[in-house]
Every structure is written in C-alpha cells, then in structure tokens.
Design a protein around this ligand. Structure first.
Ligand code: ZN
Length: 434
C-alpha cells in the first residue's frame, strides 16, 4: 500500500512493516502470539538493563537477566509504576543514548488524569501505534485514501508555518479533514451538515462526547448520513450512545482505547463484543481493583513497564466470535471530564484545558503536577493548579484563551498544593455546571 509508505515518509515513521506484521499476527494462535510478545519483551528488557537506570537497578535487585526471560510472567519481578513515581524519578526512566532508537518526539500527555507528563517517544513506538490504527481501519472497512472527518481539538496556539504545511500535506495524503471540537456550537449545525454532504466521509473519528453531541444536533435537525464507520476515543463509547450514532450516521460505532503515554492499546473489531488489546504492542494486566497496568513493548526511549495509567477496565467473560485470540476487554471505566458550555454557546471538550496548558508551554514552565477546572456558575470557572507559581503573563494568557473560546466568563486561577480525589473515588478533571 504505497499510500501508507508515503504517510510514513512524510511523518518520519516506518509503520508499513509493523502494519504488515499486525495484519498477519491478528490471526496468530495463543502460543504464537505469546512467542512473538516474549521476543519483544526480551528485547525491551535487554535494552533496559543496558540503558535505562531505573530498570537496570530493579533488574539487578531482582536477580533478573533479560537473556533468561522465557515468558511474560517475568514482568512480575518488576514493580508497578504510576505517574507520580515516574515524575519523581523522571531522569531514571529515560533511556541513555543508545543505537537504533532513531528520532525521538516529545509529547505532553495526561489531560484526563489532570497530571501532565512529558513523554519521549521513539520511532518504533510511534510507527507501531500508527500501524495498529491502520489495522483498526481495516476492521472498520475503511481503506487508506477514503475520506475521513476528524472531530478533534485544533491547536489553540498557532503552530509554526512549517508545522501547518506538514499538517496540510498529511491531511491531503490521508484525505482527512478536521472539525474543531473546541469550537462546536449548535448554531453551526447547518454548516457542519453541509461539510458532511460535501466531503462524504467514510469514517468519522473523534472524542466520544463530541461525536455524540454532534449526532444529537443532526438528529434534531433531521440530517442523516451514510458513513461506513464511526470511531470514538478518549472517553468510553457508552452503550446508550450507539443507537443514535447508528441512526444518524447509518453505520456502526467502534470504540478505541489508548492513553497518551502508550497510545493505541485496544480496539473493537466488527463484532462489537469488546475491545481487543493490541497484544503485539501492549501487555495489559488488570489488578484486583481492575486498574489498567500496561507495558509498552515498543518504546525504548522511555519504557513504560507495568504502568498504572489511571484507567480501569473490565475483562470480557467470553472470547470474541471473530476468532482473534487477543485479550478482550468488555469496557473501559475512567476518563471523566465534562464538556463545558460557555455563554457564547460554544461547547468546549474537556481536552481543551490540557491542550491549552501544553501548547502554551505552561505545563513545563510551571511544572504543573495536577489541575482541575470547575464551572461553579454558568459564567464562572475556577481553575485549580497544583504547580509552581504562575508568571503573570502566563496567567493572563490562560484566562484570555478561555474567554476567547467560551465567551464572557470570569476565570479564577487558584494555586493549590494538591487536588484530592472526590468522594466517588474517581478524579474528575473538568466539571461542568449542572
Ligand atoms: Zn473480535
């Protein structure tokens, strides 16, 4: 598929060989799949014992040698980590310079947990994650080059000209068009319907809440479309969303799960009986409280091994009828944030606030540990930040951008030591006024 190679070339990835592999390995039996993963785990741990101080120490303490690893249960000798631990020992988790890692990109993650983390990602990791997405497209019946509409947060801070150009070219090659989920407003529903009619997308992809909201407006305005698939991510795709999506978009919806640190982790096949873990790239353990503990088998630049990412998931109680042996999750619990409706009528997806902190560089500058946005009244937002004191111009920047998107709201930025988890036991990073 030359188009995938072209996308690779433009995006500096090499997902093509991974994609070829994953197309084949989706039908591996249990034994072969495990063999494949153990080989990858051994390579990861070999790298760790040479180049990653935290794991070098841990493996030494456990009397463990990568060469001796014969099964995935070797992971049990290593500790479970989480964001707090990694932030505390950040330098220890990063790989020392090593041959073969290739170009490293840095991404800021952690919106949904309210705790930003800067994650180095090597080319293998980015390629593998992208390949998993291409395979997911196969599952949805979407071919490379089919028109795709993406309902996603556009950059808030204007990117450089070079970056804008690259995004435009990639958009043209992938035949994808973006609708800004930070600027959704029911008054635009006729425009949006027109865009759907003009572009005739095969696939609509976006934040579950935004896709659902859009479907509700189309349902009210009587607009109906015929897509091949809808895919949603960031929040769970609730069962009650599905009938409406089916009605408005004339197709099935596919849930996809990942996290910023590891990217694609699990996705639905066309049987819709649960989400298949992409076992070729991720080991998912569920602890007694059903916390997701994930190991990324690809990223040597910054290994996430037995990483509790803050989400919870339930295992499926039966295998998928499609015949794939990949571990099946019945649902993902977690990721709580509300859409905020501003006085302007604009509806801002909760990821907006993460993007804003990251794009302005304030996450880094003020070393943001955690944050929470609470809409206390329709025109009043309280933004709690556990961080170093903000520079005055950064504070003004945050407030100004929030008002630009939401309209005339009063924004109070409050510096706090910590933000405790609510009584529900689940941290909600963006809370809308009821
Ligand atoms: Zn299946």
């Amino acid at each position: 598929m030359s188009r995938i190679r072209l996308i690779d070339w433009l995006s500096g990835k090499r997902s093509w060989p991974y994609y070829r592999q994953y197309v084949e390995s989706q039908w591996y039996d249990r034994e072969r799949l495990d063999g494949f993963r153990v080989t990858k785990l051994r390579a990861l741990l070999t790298h760790c014992e040479r180049y990653v101080p935290f794991y070098r120490d841990m493996m030494r303490q456990a009397g463990m040698r990568a060469d001796d690893v014969r099964g995935l249960d070797a992971l049990r000798h290593l500790p479970v980590t989480d964001k707090a631990i990694i932030k505390r020992h950040y330098e220890q988790f990063a790989s020392e310079p090593a041959p073969g890692i290739g170009a490293i990109h840095y991404s800021q993650t952690g919106g949904t947990t309210g705790e930003p983390l800067r994650v180095p990602k090597d080319v293998a990791m980015r390629s593998s994650a992208q390949a998993a997405m291409f395979r997911f497209h196969d599952w949805m019946g979407v071919r490379p080059g089919d028109a795709v509409l993406i309902l996603w947060g556009r950059p808030i801070v204007r990117p450089t000209r070079m970056k804008r150009l690259r995004v435009r070219v990639l958009g043209a090659i992938t035949n994808s068009t973006q609708i800004d989920s930070f600027g959704l407003n029911p008054v635009r529903v006729a425009d949006l319907a027109e865009q759907f009619r003009r572009l005739r997308p095969a696939l609509l992809h976006g934040y579950a809440q935004s896709v659902y909201e859009l479907a509700r407006w189309f349902a009210d305005s009587g607009d109906r479309f015929r897509l091949r698939a809808v895919s949603t991510t960031v929040e769970p795709l609730f069962a009650e969303y599905r009938p409406l999506l089916r009605d408005v978009f004339g197709c099935e919806a596919f849930d996809q799960y990942g996290c910023g640190e590891v990217e694609a982790i699990a996705m639905e096949c066309d049987r819709h009986e649960g989400l298949h873990v992409i076992e070729e790239r991720a080991v998912v353990e569920l602890d007694a409280e059903q916390n997701v503990v994930v190991t990324d088998l690809d990223n040597l630049a910054f290994p996430f091994i037995r990483y509790r990412n803050g989400d919870r998931a339930a295992p499926a109680d039966h295998p998928c009828s499609c015949g794939r042996q990949h571990q099946l999750l019945s649902r993902i619990l977690g990721r709580i944030g509300d859409v905020i409706v501003g006085p302007s009528g604009n509806r801002v997806h909760p990821e907006f606030f993460t993007h804003l902190l990251n794009e302005t560089g304030i996450s880094d500058r003020a070393r943001v540990r955690k944050y929470q946005v609470v809409q206390e009244a329709p025109r009043r937002l309280l933004w709690k930040l556990a961080a170093d004191p903000l520079m005055e111009r950064d504070r003004e920047w945050l407030v100004g951008e929030v008002r630009r998107y939401l309209g005339e709201v009063e924004v109070q930025v409050e510096m706090v030591e910590d933000i405790p988890v609510g009584r529900s036991g689940k941290f909600q990073y963006v809370v809308a006024h009821p």
